[in-house]
Design a protein around this ligand. Structure first.
Ligand SMILES: Cc1cc2nc3c(=O)[nH]c(=O)nc-3n(C[C@H](O)[C@H](O)[C@H](O)COP(=O)(O)OP(=O)(O)OC[C@H]3O[C@@H](n4cnc5c(N)ncnc54)[C@H](O)[C@@H]3O)c2cc1C
Length: 326
């Protein structure tokens, strides 16, 4: 029998993170290759309903629940104090997690604690002549590395958003059983959790999106972009650096930690095409990319590409659209 797979799910206030389903689908795909059993693991306090939700929908060996007051809020120490001894005691072969801000915080420490290999941010699994190989983007998505885990130690894998689909889940049901959480020791005290201001702009229903990336160069360069959006009747979206630099408000961010969009037309201006951006817009019907670097990964997805300086091309586009409308 092959190595068993544990998928550690992420949730907040009783709601599963959507990437948890994708991680379970990845775990199932992995188990179908290794021949092991796959279980989902839920940590928290009062998380029975979350476990039941998974168990009622998914074909798994079991859903393991570590329920303890000390796990009411996520802390890396709390999670590690439960997961590390359990992974060792139960000789888990593969620990699969969604690649999120939370797991970036504790997955490497878990791997270190249990002496596991770690393969972060995987986007594909291959099982061919080279054995079981993971693909993961490197150098800001410009290249993909193929990685094989060697030796007989366990491995921790984090799964990039959108790489597996919740639609790929093998449906069925699972038993729910306890995972010992009596040793849970948080390593920090959460004094409070404040919600960020809610989303104001819903980009998910916009038919046309003009999206800008770091290549736009600054907030003072947005004038022609706004003219283009107006000429097309489009919403403006952005990659994360634009938001992190405060060039546009956070509710304009598209990607794995922003909104997911599927417009008829998506213009990507000065966006390189990192995987975290692509997962948020790859459902667009037609993608037009403008980038001065002909090797930018965005061109791999674009239906139409213009290699050039967006500051020259955008005013030309505005002019052409206005002339066409006259
Ligand atoms: C956990 C995590 C979550 C993330 N979530 C998101 C997310 O939700 N959304 C997101 O977008 N990113 C996200 N990122 C960041 C992501 O990895 C990339 O860093 C980001 O998408 C890059 O943004 P960019 O393409 O605008 O910038 P860059 O990668 O710096 O690319 C800028 C591009 O502009 C081009 N350029 C420069 N000047 C010009 C010009 N004058 N004319 C034309 N082209 C020009 C360059 O050739 C380059 O290709 C996340 C990262 C992590 C680790």
């Amino acid at each position: 029998m092959g190595a068993n797979v544990w998928v550690i799910v992420q949730h907040r206030e009783g709601k599963l993170h959507k990437m948890s389903w994708e991680a379970i689908a990845a775990g199932q795909a992995l188990a179908s290759v290794t021949g092991g059993q796959v279980s989902a693991v839920v940590l928290g306090s009062g998380v029975g309903p979350v476990a039941e939700e998974i168990a009622g929908r998914t074909a798994l060996e079991s859903v393991r629940v570590a329920d303890h007051e000390a796990l009411a809020h996520y802390t890396p120490g709390g999670y590690l104090s439960v997961l590390a001894p359990a992974v060792e005691a139960e000789q888990v072969g593969w620990v699969v997690l969604p690649h999120t801000y939370q797991t970036v915080d504790y997955a490497p420490r878990l791997a270190q604690r249990v002496g596991a290999a770690i393969v972060p941010e995987v986007v594909e699994m291959e099982n061919g002549d080279d054995g079981l190989v993971w693909r993961r983007p490197i150098l800001n998505g410009k290249l993909q590395a193929r990685v094989r885990v060697t030796g007989d130690r366990p491995a921790v894998v984090t799964v990039q958003s959108g790489a597996w689909s919740a639609d790929d889940l093998a449906e069925g049901s699972a038993s729910v059983s306890e995972l010992d959480a009596s040793g849970a020791v948080p390593d920090r005290e959460i004094l409070g959790v404040e919600e960020a201001a809610g989303e104001q702009v819903d980009l998910s229903s916009a038919p046309i999106i003009v999206a800008v990336g770091r290549g736009v160069g600054g907030p003072d360069k947005m004038g022609p972009i706004q003219q283009l959006a107006e000429a097309l009747g489009a919403e403006i979206g952005a990659s994360r650096p634009v938001i992190d630099n405060d060039w546009l408000p956070r509710d304009r961010q598209i990607g794995s930690s922003g909104q997911t969009v599927a417009p008829k037309l998506y213009l990507a201006l000065g966006i390189s095409g990192a995987i975290q951006h692509l997962v948020g817009m790859k459902g667009s019907q037609t993608v037009v990319a403008v980038n001065k670097d002909a090797s930018a990964p965005i061109f791999g997805l674009a239906d139409y590409g213009i290699v050039g300086d967006l500051h020259e091309i955008v005013p030309e586009l505005v002019k052409a659209i206005e002339e066409a409308g006259e």
